[in-house]
Structures are given as C-alpha cells and as structure tokens.
Ligand binder design. Structure first.
Ligand SMILES: *[C@@H]1O[C@H](CO)[C@@H](O)[C@H](O)[C@H]1NC(C)=O
Ligand SMILES: CC(=O)N[C@H]1CO[C@H](CO)[C@@H](O)[C@@H]1O
Length: 282
C-alpha cells in the first residue's frame, strides 16, 4: 500500500479519521435527533395545552384587587379593565395619584374603593359595595387578588418593633382580614383567590426579616386555605414575584436610610461603610 511521507499508509489515515470522526458524527446525530424529538414533544404539548385551556367569559366576572395605588396592583387593575372584567380596585387612599389615574377609565367597569386593609370598617364597606354592585348588575365576585404589601429593610437589631408590627399588619393580617371578609362571595362564585407573596416566601435574605416572616406566613396561610377550599371548588394561587423592588417602588433607598438613621447604635457604625444595610440592593 502506498505510504505517505509521514510514515502512514492511506489505510491508516482512513482508519484514524474514522475512529475520530465516526463517534463525533454519531453523537451529532444523537444530539440532532434528541433536539428534534424535544421540539416535537414541546409543540405537541403546547398545542394540547392550548386546545384544553378553558377560556373564561369575563363580562360578568368581578375581581377585587388590593393595593392598586401603585405597582403590580395598579397595572393589574388596568389590564383586567381592558380585558373586560369588572374591577374593584382597592386603594390605600382613594385620593392617591394612582387612584385618580384609575378613575379616568372610561369603561364604566372600574370601581375605585378606598381600602385600608388594616381597618375592619373599610373592609366591611368594600364587601357591602361589591355586594350592592352584584345585586344591581349580576356581576359576582369571581376573584380576590391580595396584592397590597409593604416592605422595609434593615437588620433585625436595627428594626424597631413598630416596623415588625406595621409590616405584619398589612402583609399578613391585612390579607387574612380581606380574605375572610370576601370568602362567602368567592365560595358562591366558585372563584379563586390569588395571593401575592414573594420569592422571599421561600428564601430567607438578610436585612429583611420583618418582611420575610410575613411572606412565609402568606405562603402558609395560602396552603391551608387551598386545602380548606377544595371542597368548595375554589382555587387558591400564590404568585411569587422575584426582584421587583425597583419596578414597584416598594424599596425606596432614601426613605429606608432616613427611617433607620435615628436607630443606629454607635457599635454598628463600622459595619455600615457601604450603607447597603438600608439599600434596596441585597
Ligand atoms: C391605615 O390604617 C392604619 C390603622 O389601622 C393607620 O395607622 C394608617 O395610617 C392608615 N393608612 C392610611 C394611609 O390611611
Ligand atoms: C404575607 C403574604 O405573603 N401575603 C400576601 C397576600 O396578600 C397580602 C395582603 O393583601 C399581601 O401583603 C401579601 O403580598
């Protein structure tokens, strides 16, 4: 057999190339086959999901959302309004900029309610209002979105008891109060309860204990409620947003700093060089 200048025959070269390239070729083939199968399965699954999703007729569905002054609640109220739902937008103050903005809706289906969820009487007033609209229009309450929430940052030692109480009062007991008040209406419509918790309902992060404990509480509350509501056909859903502090304006660095400064003990000063103790960055 003809020899190459490097001392190998063409046969040797052919064998070498085969040994090196064949597995590569085959593995390419496997990868391609795998990817094609995966895509086929994905498309099939997507089409199946699409064909089985039940569309909800929205025209007679009422949705009450808490915390619509800003952030998620505000945007959600607008979105549902544009989709045709009857929206009850609870705002901490019905004179806030967000509330005024929502009142400009021309659909006639968006109701702005002053709703401080830490107050029994305001929650009861909201129930009465929603019931009245229900009797007038036949539009029941189909979903409750517990969205209102409050956050303040700070190491545990630096947070006052008032901060702990205040956050729990809104995030946890506010949610319990609103849920309890609207459950009879939701059970009647076999609707759903959506509760905005947070990624911090699963993860413990430093500088945020006052908030994290309320979100763990919210997860636990929702899990229990879900089991209790099974028999009524009511679904309970938690939404766990990630890092949206900036987008929702929930974490305002300046106000955190201002709030904590009076409480800083001398012994902490050395640890606060970068000031991250009170910033939105974690
Ligand atoms: C909401 O109610 C609490 C008392 O339950 C009160 O301390 C707080 O100031 C109220 N918030 C507003 C904006 O009215
Ligand atoms: C504590 C918790 O995670 N609860 C959520 C459910 O709704 C409440 C109040 O409406 C919100 O504060 C929370 O986001």
């Amino acid at each position: 057999m003809a020899a190459l200048p490097i001392g190998l025959t063409y046969w040797d070269v052919g064998r070498l190339v085969t040994i090196v390239c064949l597995p590569l070729l085959l593995s390419c083939c496997y990868v391609t086959t795998f990817l094609v199968c995966l895509s086929v399965i994905y498309v099939a699954f997507y089409l199946y999901r699409k064909s089985t999703i039940k569309r909800i007729p929205v025209s007679r569905q009422g949705v009450l959302i808490t915390g619509c002054d800003t952030g998620f609640g505000h945007e959600f109220a607008k979105r549902l309004d544009s989709l045709g739902f009857t929206v009850f937008a609870g705002c901490l103050s019905d004179q806030s900029d967000g509330a005024k903005n929502l009142k400009t809706s021309k659909t006639g289906r968006l109701h702005v309610l002053g709703l401080n969820i830490t107050k029994d009487d305001e929650v009861l007033k909201a129930v009465t209002y929603v019931t009245k609209i229900h009797e007038k229009t036949g539009c029941g309450l189909w979903a409750l979105v517990n969205n209102a929430g409050l956050n303040m940052l700070g190491d545990i030692e630096l947070c006052t008891m008032e901060m702990f109480y205040k956050i729990s009062e809104v995030n946890m007991y506010g949610m319990v109060r609103v849920t309890k008040a609207f459950l009879p209406l939701i059970r009647k419509s076999k609707g759903r309860i959506l509760n905005t918790t947070s990624v911090k309902g699963r993860l413990c992060l430093p500088k945020n204990a006052a908030y994290v404990i309320t979100k763990f509480g919210g997860e636990a509350f929702s899990d229990v409620l879900r089991l209790e509501m099974l028999k009524f056909g009511v679904r309970v859903i938690v939404i766990e947003p990630g890092n949206f502090g900036g987008a929702t304006g929930m974490l305002n660095e300046q106000s955190n700093l201002a709030r904590l400064t009076p409480y800083l003990p001398e012994s902490w000063m050395d640890y606060l060089v970068d000031r991250t103790f009170a910033s939105g960055k974690q």
